[in-house]
Structures are given as C-alpha cells and as structure tokens.
Ligand binder design. Structure first.
Ligand code: GLY
Ligand code: GLY
Length: 303
C-alpha cells in the first residue's frame, strides 16, 4: 500500500487571501514533514506527531505558538493522538507554556495507562519526562493579543480565521494514526476543554476502519462525536469521502454550527470536507502533493 500523510490547518471563515496562502504553505510543509518521517524509517505515529508539531511551531495556526487567548489573556491548549493498531490514545487539556502539546499527548499515551491529563497535573507530568515548560506567556503573540482586544470590543471571533491543526497517516502495512492540536476558541473561559482533547470527537484511529482529525466549533463537534461518527459511517460501508462529507453536513444541519474533517480509510482513500467557507488541507502520496483551501478545489504538485 502507498503511504499517505494528510493534514489540515483548521476550518474557518478565512476571508484574507494572503492569510489563505500562508495557511496553504504551512499545511504543505507539514504534509511533507510527516511524509519524510514516514518514508525514512519513522512509524506512522511519529509521522503524524511530526506533521502536527510543525504546525504548532508556526504562528499562523491556532495551536502551540500563536494560539488564541482565553478571557484572561492566556494560552491554554488541548491535543490528542491515537494509534489504530491497538487503539492506544493519549491527550492533554488546558496546558500552558508547553511548546508542543501533541508531544505531551504522545507521552501520556506511551508512558501512562491514562488517556487524558489536565492542567497542572499535565505540566508536572511533562517536567517528570524532561519536557521543560517555556517562560509563562511565551506562546502569547502580538497578533493574538490584538485579536483578543478586537474580540472584546465587538465580540467578533477574529479567531474564526485561525484553525486547529491535525494529521492522519497510513503506512505501507495499513497502520493508521491520527493527531490533533488546538489553542481552542478565542475568549473562552479559563479552564475550558475542547473536542480536540476528546478521543472520538477531535481524533480517532482504528486500523480496521480509518483515521480522522476534526476542526471547527468544539462544543458542537463534542456533542456530535464527529470523528467517531465518520468512523461509524465508514463501518456501515461509506467511502472516506462520503462519510466525511455526510457527517460534517449532518452535524451542521442538526446543531447549526460548522466544522471540518480529514479522513483516511484503511485502504488509504482520502476524505476532506468542511462546512465553513474554507479549510486548508494537504496530503503527500508518493512524489505528489495534493492541497486546497476552497470548496471543490484541489491542486497537485510534484514534490
Ligand atoms: N476554532 C478552532 C478551530 O478552528 O477548530
Ligand atoms: N475545535 C477546537 C476548539 O473548538 O477548541
């Protein structure tokens, strides 16, 4: 089977075309980073982690550096990761001053028998595993401060332009993994957890069926268990594309809020769908990179 690494850089109301180009550059880079890990001896879980890390490190995405701010002006982040072979999973929620929350979620999966660690406990666990926290506030950017100030004035979710990030991957033996990371929703209450830390809502992977990472309005995605709804639809016989499109549409109709998702089936078929106006996505398969941000649009480039 041909390996694939598929990523998203968040679904949202992205109106600025210059920003759309930056997001596209970021997801293309992330897909290539993950694919390189996968094809140079790394496992599929290493590959999705590396792809998500690369987007956490870029200010343009709402994850890691550049995350949106809560009502108290702080960055609080969520992340989760899952391996399809044995359904092992790890997640963190409400973590502060951690450069790469996805790698902390990976440590929860690898080093504990828990699925989800929160806040101070997660930070203590990080230190135990030699993950040194950044200086308080190091992930807060000028752009995120300005966006919160604008939000306070108008209650406009400027962060709607920014997105959660995620990756799904399949290796040449059909092994699947999924990973998702977010700064959440701008102006959220301190202590709010999102769908992104919830296995079955933000992230899911099962080698028998497929792998999914979601983005969008977290409370809505959590109520609908969007990632697992897509998995279930594939189990009922829908293709990755049909299941992703149908479940995003169903959620949006039922709960009147928007989302996006990326999916790989256990045969390596790709599904990409969003009910926002845009979602940046990219995947590498062999020496081709496929990517897009607008509806019904797909570009192909040779790597
Ligand atoms: N508002 C967070 C996201 O794009 O998922
Ligand atoms: N989907 C990410 C969030 O709402 O926080």
């Amino acid at each position: 089977m041909e390996p694939v690494i598929l990523v998203h850089g968040g679904a949202g109301a992205i109106s600025d075309d210059a920003k759309a180009q930056e997001l596209l550059a970021g997801v293309k880079g992330a897909a290539k980073t993950g694919y390189k890990v996968l094809t140079s001896g790394g496992g599929v879980v290493d590959a999705v982690e590396a792809a998500v890390r690369s987007m956490e490190d870029e200010e343009i995405f709402n994850a890691g550096l550049g995350s949106v701010l809560n009502l108290e002006g702080e960055v609080e982040m969520d992340a989760s990761i899952m391996v399809g072979s044995d359904l092992s999973a790890g997640a963190v929620t409400v973590v502060k001053d951690i450069k790469n929350p996805i790698s902390l979620a990976r440590l929860v999966m690898d080093k504990t028998d828990h699925v989800l660690l929160a806040a101070e406990g997660a930070k203590k666990f990080a230190q135990l595993h030699k993950v040194v926290p950044l200086q308080p506030g190091a992930l807060v950017t000028d752009a995120s401060k300005k966006a919160l100030a604008k939000w306070r004035e108008k209650q406009v979710e400027a962060s709607a332009e920014l997105g959660t990030v995620g990756a799904v991957g399949i290796d040449s033996d059909g092994g699947l993994a999924a990973a998702t990371s977010t700064g959440g929703r701008q102006g959220k209450l301190a202590g709010r957890s999102s769908d992104t830390c919830m296995i079955g809502s933000g992230t899911y992977a099962d080698d028998n069926i497929g792998a999914v990472s979601t983005t969008g309005h977290g409370e809505t995605i959590a109520k609908f268990c969007l990632a697992h709804s897509i998995i279930k639809a594939m189990e009922r016989g829908q293709s990755a594309e049909e299941a992703t499109q149908n479940c995003v549409e169903l959620m949006t109709k039922r709960l009147n809020n928007t989302a996006g998702a990326i999916t790989l089936s256990n045969r390596g078929e790709v599904g990409v769908a969003f009910s926002t106006n845009r979602m940046s996505w990219a995947y590498q398969k062999g020496d081709h990179l496929y990517f897009g941000i607008d509806k019904n649009e797909r570009h192909i480039e040779k790597v």
